[in-house]
Write a protein that binds this ligand. Structure first.
Ligand code: COA
Length: 344
């Protein structure tokens, strides 16, 4: 059995925070953020809006897009769960009225959605389930120090979900192969030092926030995603010239442009929505897919490569042929100009 994509849904919190608003309280500027990251604005969850809430809303939208009433299992990719313990996936299942189905969190940071897709694919192949919800949801604004100009402008909040069903490898929407990797020797490049078992409490409140070595992360992201895309294309026997859309994790527009250049892929094949949502971590790929479908930039029959990179370090890629799935964005549409690649 192969996992086949059968529905797509998203949820973005309504509050839009633009670069100008950030530059009123941080030593930064709209020009710097746009030039160095491609981000114009991001969505920020208000108090009371949590990862579980956004994940449940996106999953509900994906279910209605698929036309299915329920699923047999749920995998939630997140590194910002509502609590450290328990995992958030059972609460999402409960919110959907699906208490009792197996539900687990996958923490692979910004690569989490790809890891979760592979996990769900394994459940389908092992015949543990016939339909699985895979959700990517993160509330990274809660992990960013609001006074840190090196992280606060980068991240936004949101959720995206897909419904996978058991099918065959020849069908449009069939996922795979996958290429997945991790390197824990570089965990310090993106880390929240306190709050876990290593450093439960800290006198320094900054230890509870995300610390990022941006330049190093940038370098590794470009190199590892390029390697991974080439590896997955080799296994899929898909030539680069056959790739219609590259849907990369939206961490920085310059990372995506460097990736396209390294691969020798024309930027018109890049899917980008980072300008309006920022880096939404595990939600990034499903949000980008939904925006591209909604804007007509991603159409049935397109050969799509998914690729991501994140804390851990983790990275990976997969491929699929886009199926006749329309996506349910629940009115959170963004302007179509975000599909135009920005060339500097
Ligand atoms: N506004 C203004 N200046 C800023 C700034 C901001 N928001 N953030 C950093 N700077 C400054 C730095 O202090 C530095 O100043 P200096 O030259 O006086 O020391 C200068 O800008 C350049 O900093 P640098 O970190 O080299 O910038 P950069 O071009 O690498 O861009 C990132 C910074 C974070 C945008 C970039 O490194 C990046 O996107 N990295 C990857 C991040 C990522 O993907 N994270 C998630 C992984 S999933």
């Amino acid at each position: 059995m192969t996992a086949v994509l059968a529905g797509l849904g998203t949820c973005l919190p309504p509050r839009v925070v633009g670069n100008r608003e950030l530059s009123q309280r941080l030593d930064t500027s709209d020009d710097w953020i746009q030039a160095r990251t491609g981000i114009h604005e991001r969505r920020i969850a208000d108090t009371g809006t949590t990862t579980v809430g956004m994940a449940t809303s996106a999953a509900d939208a994906a279910l209605s897009d698929s036309g299915m009433a329920d699923v047999d299992a749920l995998v939630l990719a997140t590194s910002t769960p509502d609590q450290l313990c328990p995992g958030s996936a059972p609460q999402v299942a409960a919110g959907l009225g699906l208490s009792g189905i197996p539900a687990l969190d996958v923490n692979a940071a910004c690569t989490g959605f790809l890891y979760a897709l592979a996990t769900a694919g394994g459940m389908l192949a092992a015949e543990l389930a016939e339909r699985v919800l895979v959700i990517g949801a993160d509330t990274f604004s809660r992990l960013c120090d609001p006074d840190d100009r090196t992280t606060a402008p980068i991240f936004g909040d949101g959720a995206g979900a897909v419904v996978l069903r058991a099918g065959t490898a020849a069908e449009p929407g069939a996922l795979g192969p996958f290429d997945l990797h991790a390197d824990g020797t570089r965990a310090n490049l993106l880390v929240v030092p306190a709050g876990g078992s290593k450093q439960r409490f800290s006198d320094n409140s900054h230890d509870y926030f995300l610390h990022m070595q941006g330049r190093e992360v940038f370098r590794h992201a470009c190199a590892k995603m390029a390697e991974s895309v080439l590896a997955v294309l080799r296994v899929a026997r898909l030539p680069l010239a056959g790739v219609d859309r590259l849907v990369g994790h939206q961490a920085n527009l310059r990372i995506l442009q460097t990736l396209a250049a390294r691969l020798g892929l024309d930027e018109k094949h890049l899917v980008t929505n980072i300008g309006h949502v920022g880096n939404t971590s595990a939600a990034s790929i499903p949000l980008a897919l939904a925006d591209a479908v909604d804007g007509g930039h991603l159409r049935p029959g397109h050969h799509v490569v998914l690729t991501a990179f994140g804390a851990g370090l983790t990275w990976g890629s997969s491929v699929l042929t886009w199926p006749p799935v329309r996506g349910n964005m629940q009115g959170h549409r963004i302007p179509e100009d975000s599909y135009e690649p920005v060339v500097r």
